[in-house]
Ligand binder design. Structure first.
Ligand code: PLP
Length: 350
């Protein structure tokens, strides 16, 4: 019941257990084509979307190395563990991060974002999370997109727990780079990340001088246009993704979003009715973060829930260690699973 990896649907597990196929075949080219077309519908974009072998973090790294050059200024909003990751990647590539630190559990106000942009007109891009999974908050991405679209900056969004979980239409909201990950809303094991770039971002790609080889998105796109991937495809994962995307898009993406929303609303309401407090400002649909009551060690609670109820929920990281419990709403689960989880949490706390 963690916010990633998430439970994988049984029919997808079956696809993952099939014999491994070769990637340079006509039949697999069809799979690549089908995956990329459907993926574009999840990004809700007219631009191409790409898959990369690797972590969600690989997608974040690809976003920066394909749009920026050494010495470029990057605005970063750090509101949790994953925000900090943008700064770490920037430092690794000699990009100059200019960081707006937000207390964990809070989101930036639009005034703060506007001020950050105005104070740093030379910055090439702004990077943040759509949903900061370490605190369970969701950022005002649409409104931020409106602010950034008025500038030459790119808006780079780590949507690893947002893409496929709740509506975030990339083109309508003027987002320039959006990243998703396989083990979150896409209900697969970890190992793939997904990325799409706006036309504005592809323009920046042309002048980007940071080193890139396996993560060269222009080269990957060229291979995709021939219904191939640059290097060996993760065939089993892509075959499973093809099926996952069918689940997500049928009957419609909106219906899929509604399922996640329903779980989130249901669980949050039940938590509040039970006297538990939801952590943070602007709680996300993708997960529920419960505040552990003062004086109780959340790490012990988390371990005990696993030991006595065989349910794995996530704890807090770094400064939130022992202070919160995080329950995911993505993946293959029922409302009964959520009931059982809440019962286990309540019994353990008592
Ligand atoms: C899970 C997650 C990541 C990291 O994904 P990895 O596959 O572990 O690299 C990054 N950002 C957010 C918001 C996430 O939830």
């Amino acid at each position: 019941m963690t916010p990633g990896p998430v439970p994988v649907p049984p029919n997808i597990l079956k696809v993952l257990s099939e014999p491994v196929v070769h990637h340079r075949t006509e039949s697999f080219s069809k799979t690549i084509n089908s995956v990329l077309l459907q993926l574009t519908q999840v990004f809700q974009t007219k631009n191409p979307s790409l898959t990369l072998n690797g972590w969600g973090t690989t997608g974040m790294e690809a976003a920066l190395v394909n749009t920026l050059s050494p010495g470029d200024e990057l605005l970063v909003i750090e509101a949790g563990k994953f925000g900090e990751r943008w700064t770490e990647i920037a430092n690794a590539y000699h990009i100059k991060p200019i960081v707006l630190k937000i207390p964990w559990g809070k989101i930036p106000s639009l005034d703060q974002v506007e001020e950050l942009i105005k104070k740093n007109p030379k910055a090439k891009a702004l990077a943040c999370q759509a949903c900061e999974t370490s605190t369970g908050v969701s950022f005002p991405i649409q409104k931020m997109g409106e602010l950034i679209a008025k500038t030459d900056m790119l808006f780079i969004v780590d949507a690893i727990t947002a893409l496929g979980a709740y509506p975030m239409p990339m083109d309508d909201w003027q987002l320039d780079v959006v990243i998703g990950g396989s083990q979150k809303a896409f209900m697969l094991p970890a190992g793939l990340s997904f990325i799409s770039l706006s036309q504005k971002a592809w323009q920046h790609n042309k002048s980007s001088k940071l080193p890139k080889y396996t993560l060269d998105l222009a080269a990957e796109l060229e291979a995709n246009n021939k219904q191939q991937t640059q290097f060996s495809s993760s065939t089993s994962m892509l075959l499973a993704l093809d099926e996952v995307l069918k689940l997500m898009l049928n009957p419609s993406l909106n219906d899929f979003f509604k399922t996640t929303q329903k779980r989130s609303d249901y669980f949050k309401k039940k938590c509040i009715e039970s006297g538990l407090k939801i952590f943070g400002e602007s709680p996300s649909t993708s997960l529920t973060v419960i505040e552990v009551p003062a004086g109780i060690d959340g790490e012990k609670i988390q371990k005990s829930i696993l030991q006595n109820h065989n349910i794995l929920v996530a704890g807090g990281q770094d400064q939130l260690k022992g202070k919160i419990l995080r329950v995911g709403h993505m993946g293959h689960m029922t409302l009964d699973d959520l009931d059982e989880t809440l019962t286990a949490i309540k019994k353990t706390l008592a």
